[in-house]
Design a protein around this ligand. Sequence first.
Ligand code: SF4
Length: 327
Amino acid sequence: MGRLSGRGIEADLVNAPAKPIDGLMEVQSLKTHFAGRRGPAVRALDGVSFSLARNESLGVVGESGCGKTTLGRTIAGLYRPTAGSIRFHPDVAQRDCGQARAAPGRVQMVFQDPFGSFNQRMTAHQILAEPLRAAGERNGTDAIGRAVEAVGLGAAALKKYAHEFSGGQRQRLAIARAIVTRPALMIADEAVAALDVSVQAQILNLLADLKASYQVAYLFISHDLSVVEHVSDRIAVMYAGQIVELGPTANVVGMPRHPYTRALLSAVSGVKGSGALQADGEAPSPLAYPTGCRFHPRCSVAEARCSRDQPAERAFGPDHRAGCHLA
Ligand code: SF4
């Protein structure tokens, strides 16, 4: 996949300060904008900050177009950020770039449609050998054997081509391709969205097992809060290019502070009423976000100041935050 460039580069990952960090990754004020041909830039990701610990699973949830996929692809290095920084722990970072870029194989992605990302003329063995080669490992036979067993495919699968697998098996192969280099971070973008419910559950269980056995952290991106809830230690709720609420899963699901999170939850439970808010209307265009709180045109408890003043982020305990005037 080609690298896309944002317009008006204000900060460069390569030049980001190489300050040591305790956890796995720190993202600060990250923006990824895409230049419009004539009109304004698409502000897909518009100022996102969070940190990720080793072996932690952070769910990123929001509607289509909220910027969650752009966030994952920017962290994976597929998009160049317009501003802000991503810093990795020195164990994960590429040495000649300080902590600004992950070393080959240390951050891997799993996509919704693995079929499109497989070379149809390659066997599963060749597919798994590719990322190892890119990471500079010449003899990866043991790693390939471990990965294919870990995802439940078995050694016989290594001789098959992608079209010979079922949808669930192909996603297992995609996960094997991601873990074969023993990454510190796996970014799963709608990784179970195209699967049947029963297969979804199997893949989610597999990801939970791999988290323990491979000691990998996840950025688990999904539009479905009920899926994210099952695999995440913490949840970040995204709206209009920004994180509007972030906290431990139990807090975000049990005591949501932002009306948009409550709307997502009510959509999951199907319960509307008794304080449950609905997010009617369309998500805003990333070409022109509303003034003040970006959620105000759809928020049923909005006040006059909501269309004027951008809400500051407020903390609810040490690790839970939300940006709403009324939170
Ligand atoms: Fe709703 Fe206002 Fe809170 Fe935004 S700041 S979520 S419009 S109440």
